[in-house]
Design a protein around this ligand. Structure first.
Ligand code: ADP
Length: 459
């Protein structure tokens, strides 16, 4: 919960969503100052971009250890500001630190020039910096999301202006401060504020806008970017389905569904938000999921054993409660959880008897709800799973061959079969349909922060 908004100056106070207490504040960046900040970034990029990717990786690498050294303190700040359990705040910071240590080299390799040889010619394929990258990030992984954009952008030789979510400015600023201990001045800057600052940054003289957030904001950004034909990487909403087929290992499917619906209070872009279970196993699966949900108690995020902390803000919880009420009014049955708790807390909730006329099956939920639709067969499951404007992730549990056949027919960017969606190292993080444009990760994802150029000579 943050006082947010379209303020042009003053301070942005960040509140603890679990207690309502202020955690700290940052100065709001007046929108009128953003063009000068971007101009500074452009100037700083010249020397930074002139270094090799390997030199930039070497400069950035020590920031990984600095994050690890401060993981306890920063993990706590992340939790106080965002509401996820302390263990999750800590692991987000630790993950970021470890990833810096390993990923800077991966990125440097991906963007290093390479040669293509043919009869009588040699082409040098270069992955040059684009210039200034605007990174506009959400609050659900308030350190990891900035890192996903900032790290490849920087190693590729761009300078970056980061505009973190107004819900989580403190941890993003702390992250930028750690990187700035090792970076030359002006290469990474932050701007703080809400829509106005985001809009001003998008309208400024940047070369690429990397954005993760809502579809509505993504559309505004795309429209604004059109006039300058600015490059875009957009990761937008999703409504990930889970299909559970007859013959699936129901314990494994329920354990996965619980984890993937409830972690971070469901505030994850690849959360399971729709479950389709084949009729013969639907009741047994629902019972197992209700049982598995017991392992996800809601409470004080700083207390030992809490699995669901506070939702990030009241408005987010209200959306979730509205979807829950709509589903119940239209005939869904709560088989676990379901009561709206005090403050920003919401329990792990399992629903059965869900149908596609309910809001919960259409709009993004971003809350700890696991709605189960009973389907006649795999055919109906595929049809309903694909009946969404979104297509980020999807998971199928079932007998291996059949599950793989079903997976191949789902219109999503990342699909897991009898496991989550995370791919082997080097896999891209990609969305289909309205879940995004462009993608992150893997060599191809890293190269999206580059201008590809070919220089061809006679052999
Ligand atoms: P969420 O639903 O995750 O809060 P939003 O799309 O509202 O997502 O916000 C994600 C990020 O986009 C935040 O940093 C927010 O301040 C920023 N933002 C909001 N409106 C705009 C806009 N019109 N242009 C650019 N950035 C914006």
């Amino acid at each position: 919960m943050t006082t947010a908004t379209n303020t042009e100056s003053g301070t942005l106070t960040s509140f603890n969503p679990a207690t309502g207490e202020p955690v700290g504040d940052v100065p709001i960046t007046p929108s009128s100052e953003i063009p000068a900040i971007v101009a500074r970034a452009r100037e700083a990029q010249k020397a930074w971009g002139a270094k090799t990717p390997k030199q930039r990786a070497d400069i950035l690498r020590p920031a990984g250890q600095r994050l690890l050294d401060r993981a306890t303190e920063l993990g706590r700040l992340l939790t106080l500001e965002q509401g996820k359990p302390l263990a999750d705040g800590l692991s987000e910071v630790t993950h970021c630190g470890e990833k810096i240590l390993s990923e800077v080299d991966e990125i440097a390799d991906a963007v290093a020039p390479r040669e293509l040889h043919a009869e009588g010619m040699v082409t040098t394929l270069r992955y040059d910096p684009l210039g200034v990258v605007a990174a506009i990030t959400p609050w659900n992984f308030p350190m990891l999301m900035p890192q996903w954009m900032v790290l490849p952008a920087l190693v590729a030789g761009n300078s970056v202006v980061l505009k973190p979510s107004e819900q989580t400015p403190l941890i993003a600023q702390a992250y930028a401060d750690v990187l700035n201990e090792v970076l030359p001045e002006g290469v990474l800057q932050t701007v703080h504020g809400a829509d106005d600052q985001g809009k001003a940054l998008v309208e400024s003289d940047v070369n690429l806008i990397a954005f993760t957030g809502s579809k509505a904001t993504g559309q505004k950004i795309m429209a604004s970017a059109a006039s300058g034909l600015k490059r875009l990487i957009l990761e937008l909403g999703s409504k990930d389905p889970l299909i559970v087929l007859e013959g699936a290992d129901l314990d494994a499917a329920a354990e996965f569904a619980a984890r993937n619906s409830f972690r971070n209070c469901g505030q994850v872009c690849v959360s399971t938000e729709r479950i389709y279970a084949e009729k013969p196993i639907a009741d047994a699966f629902a019972a197992k999921l209700a049982e598995a949900a017991k392992a996800y108690p809601s409470g004080d995020p700083t207390a030992e054993g809490t699995a669901l902390g506070a939702m990030v803000m009241r408005e987010q919880k209200d959306l979730v409660v509205a979807q829950l009420k709509d589903a119940i009014a239209k005939g869904a049955k709560v088989v676990f959880g379901g009561e709206s708790l005090e403050g920003n807390f919401m329990p792990a909730t399992v629903l059965t008897g869900v149908t596609h006329d309910m809001d919960i099956m259409k709009a993004e939920t971003f809350g700890p709800l696991a709605p189960i639709v009973t389907v006649a067969d795999a055919e109906e499951a595929v049809r309903l799973a694909n009946e969404s404007e979104y297509g980020l992730g999807a998971v199928v549990f079932g007998p291996e061959d059949k599950a793989q056949q079903v997976a191949a027919r789902i219109d999503a960017g990342m699909i897991g079969v009898n496991r989550g969606i995370h791919g082997a190292p080097g896999s891209p993080w990609a969305g289909a349909k309205h879940s995004g444009i462009g993608y992150h990760m893997g060599p191809d994802g890293h190269r999206q922060f580059c201008q590809v150029r070919t220089i061809t000579r006679n052999a």
